[in-house]
Ligand binder design. Structure first.
Ligand SMILES: Nc1ncnc2c1ncn2[C@@H]1O[C@H](COP(=O)(O)OP(=O)(O)OP(=O)(O)O)[C@@H](O)[C@H]1O
Length: 248
């Protein structure tokens, strides 16, 4: 398993953002759903080695992120798109992705090819020399995905990657997600249940810092079969049913 979390918690100020998460994720695409404030971003930040847990045990790629040497090993093999990524407006797309390639310690001779491949994969091949300040919000999000995948990560963490993408781009992005999930462990947080139906082999539903459902999208759909389920789509009905049961 590339992610093994046991009773993971994280307190942020007075809030218990993550409250005893036990999770095991192998290759494929794991979709993380949940309402605003459920703790998805905080959990992803811990999996990205950007936020240490308050308590619990975390192992990533069979290594311990609390150990300096092992953390470096993990980071070389990790891709992370945070919810809010800072962009240098004067950098070109290629400059920006190259910068991350260097941070991830890709051997310099391999960097140009890795950058070109990542930029191509997110559909920005023809904008590689464009300055970031000239791009739309959706294009910038795709640049963010390009930096996350430039090192062909074994563990890829994407925090709302489809936010701001137009429908055509969302469709293209889900195909890319499925492709990435063939070889890597991908954990993707999203508010769009369509993303889960189209691209995820497993899905977790978070609420109030806890994972209240973990299974396949089909299993989540089945949870919404009963009377009283609310939602326009089968996955939405599963989602609302699980949430109302978790809160009752
Ligand atoms: N730096 C912080 N200090 C205090 N509380 C925080 C901090 N960051 C997050 N929180 C709180 O922790 C909880 C979990 O937040 P988190 O951003 O992880 O949720 P989320 O599921 O990603 O939400 P969203 O879908 O809105 O992005 C929320 O109650 C939030 O207000």
């Amino acid at each position: 398993m590339n992610v093994e979390a046991t009773e993971l918690t994280r307190r942020l100020g007075r809030t218990q953002a993550v409250s005893g998460v036990t999770l095991s994720v192998g290759p494929g695409v794991y979709g993380l759903l949940g309402p605003n404030g459920a703790g998805k971003t905080s959990l992803l930040r811990m999996l990205a080695t950007a936020l240490p847990p308050s308590s619990g045990v975390l192992r990533l790629l069979d290594s311990d992120p609390a150990d300096h040497r092992q953390r470096r090993y993990i980071r070389q093999r990790l891709g992370y798109l945070p919810q809010h990524l800072g962009y240098y407006p004067r950098f070109t797309v290629a400059d920006f992705v190259e910068y991350f390639a260097l941070l991830k310690e890709i051997p310099p001779t391999r960097v140009p090819r890795a950058v070109a491949a990542a930029v191509e994969r997110v559909g920005l091949g023809d904008r590689a020399k464009a300055r970031l300040r000239t791009l739309s919000g959706g294009m910038l999000r795709r640049v963010g995905v390009a930096q996350a995948i430039v090192n062909d990560p074994q563990l890829l963490l994407l925090d709302e990657p489809t936010a701001g993408l137009d429908p055509e781009q969302r469709v293209a992005f889900r195909a890319l997600l499925r492709d990435l999930g063939q070889t890597a462990t991908v954990v993707v947080s999203t508010h769009l249940v369509e993303d889960v139906g189209a691209a995820c082999s497993q899905v977790g539903l978070m609420d109030q810092g806890k994972i209240v459902f973990s299974g396949t999208p089909e299993e989540l759909i089945r949870r919404g079969d009963g009377d009283g389920a609310v939602g326009d789509a089968p996955l939405e009905r599963g989602y609302t049913t699980v949430l109302s049961q978790a809160r009752s």
